[in-house]
Design a protein around this ligand. Structure first.
Ligand code: PLP
Length: 401
């Protein structure tokens, strides 16, 4: 029996077996609380501090600048709410229209408490222009937050340039690097960022653990209160096994980054070439070159309203890819707000298919994926319109049972 092809690594990645191995002792014998002073506690503390150094090294930071959190979402919340609260004023957050919900919903919350929020536009490639940032910086700004790589269309932002402009105005700069970390080289000093969010499960680490880089001297208030762990910025007993897994995943990603991102980019370009050669109705959404190495966002002209059926057919044939993240389990059938804000119409924005590769994706899988995709797109042409992911879920369940 052929195994399934998982091409949805922007949603989450499988745990690397080397990461699992590193975590296992901390899920059994090494169970200490890092705040305890006895031997068990000290062993846990050592493991957390080793992981802190490993995560720091992935982004060119010092270990003491890393705050472990329970997710990338929490790191984003801490970055924005923490800097606004520390400023002692309602403040002004400048962000973009294409950010992940972890940023946009945090901005919505802050706006409800009196914070001014400005959203910069994106162009058709998904890039945020420095001109709009410069205009926004003419008023009093607390923090600018622009993502390093977009989860829906894969576009990489010129973070160094945007952060430099922001610095010239003496304003804090945060980047959500949840999708970029482990796939592109990140160095907090070269990028000149003050805060940066990462998440373990996007780089073959465990779910439920993230981190926020906080440049020394940055005023940040906590959003979770309690025992004062993580320098008082994130109280709660540390998720030791998860943090150890994050550290191991970061160390592997750092070591293999150059070779792996080259390999993924080649595989991505091969898929794109073959898709466009065989399916003239296909086109790429997002920047053609400034994009994540393993990431493709495709629309199939004339099939936009049948994307649910296409996904269901792919799922039934053994392929896991996703719709642009708006057509997810929580927002079935809605056009992707990211793609809409890039200037596409609702039809296109509804029809996006996201293909995202990872460490264990192979050329043989890519070839089989192409066969299945080409067949599915061609036969889908005769189907009735409708973006219905409940059907996709039912088919997935039926094929497992
Ligand atoms: N930011 C971006 C760009 C993401 O893609 C995601 C997850 O999809 C997150 C933040 C949230 O990360 P987490 O799943 O760790 O909460």
């Amino acid at each position: 029996m052929l195994s399934r092809i998982y091409f949805d690594h922007s949603a989450t990645t499988p745990l690397d077996p080397r990461v699992l191995e590193a975590m296992l002792p901390y899920m059994s014998g090494s169970f200490g609380n890092p705040s305890s002073l006895h031997r068990e506690g000290r062993a846990a503390r050592n493991a957390v501090e080793t992981a802190r150094a490993q995560v720091a090294a992935l982004i060119g930071a010092e270990p003491e600048t890393i705050i472990f959190t329970a997710s990338g979402t929490e790191a984003d919340n801490l970055a924005l709410i923490g800097t606004v609260h520390a400023s002692g004023k309602p403040g002004h957050v400048v962000t973009s229209v294409i950010e992940h919900a972890a940023i946009l919903e945090t901005c919505r919350f802050l706006a409800g408490t009196g914070t001014k929020v400005t959203q910069l536009p994106a162009n058709r490639d998904g890039l945020i222009g420095p001109d709009s940032l410069l205009r926004a910086l003419q008023s009093n700004v607390t923090i600018v937050s622009i993502m390093a790589a977009n989860n829906v269309v894969g576009t990489l932002q010129p973070i160094e340039e945007l952060a430099q402009l922001t610095k010239l105005h003496g304003v804090l700069f945060h980047t959500d690097a949840v999708q970029a970390a482990g796939k592109t080289r990140l160095d907090v000093d070269r990028l000149q960022v003050d805060l940066l969010s990462v998440s373990a499960h996007k780089l073959h680490g465990p779910k439920g653990v993230g981190a926020l880089y906080v440049r020394k001297g940055t005023a940040l208030a906590p959003v979770i209160f309690g025992g004062g762990q993580e320098r008082g910025l994130r109280s709660a007993t540390e998720n030791v096994a998860g943090i150890v897994g994050f550290g191991a995943a970061a160390a592997i990603a750092r070591k293999e980054l150059d070779a792996e991102s080259r390999r993924l980019a080649e595989l991505r370009d091969f898929i794109l070439r073959e898709v466009t050669r065989n399916l003239p109705q296909a086109s790429l959404v997002g920047h053609p070159t400034q994009r994540l190495p393993g990431h493709l966002s495709l629309v199939f002209r004339g099939q936009e309203r049948r994307v649910g059926k296409l996904l269901a057919a792919l799922d039934a044939a053994g392929v896991a890819v996703s719709a642009g993240s708006a057509c997810s389990a929580h927002h079935s059938g809605e056009p992707s707000s990211v793609v809409l804000s890039m200037g596409y119409d609702a039809e296109r924005a509804r029809g996006l298919i996201r293909v995202s590769l990872g460490r264990f994706s192979t050329r043989a899988e890519a070839e089989r994926f192409l066969e299945i995709l080409i067949r599915a797109v061609r036969s889908n042409e005769n189907l009735i319109p409708g973006c219905d992911l409940s059907e996709s879920r039912q088919i997935a369940e039926a094929s497992i049972a």
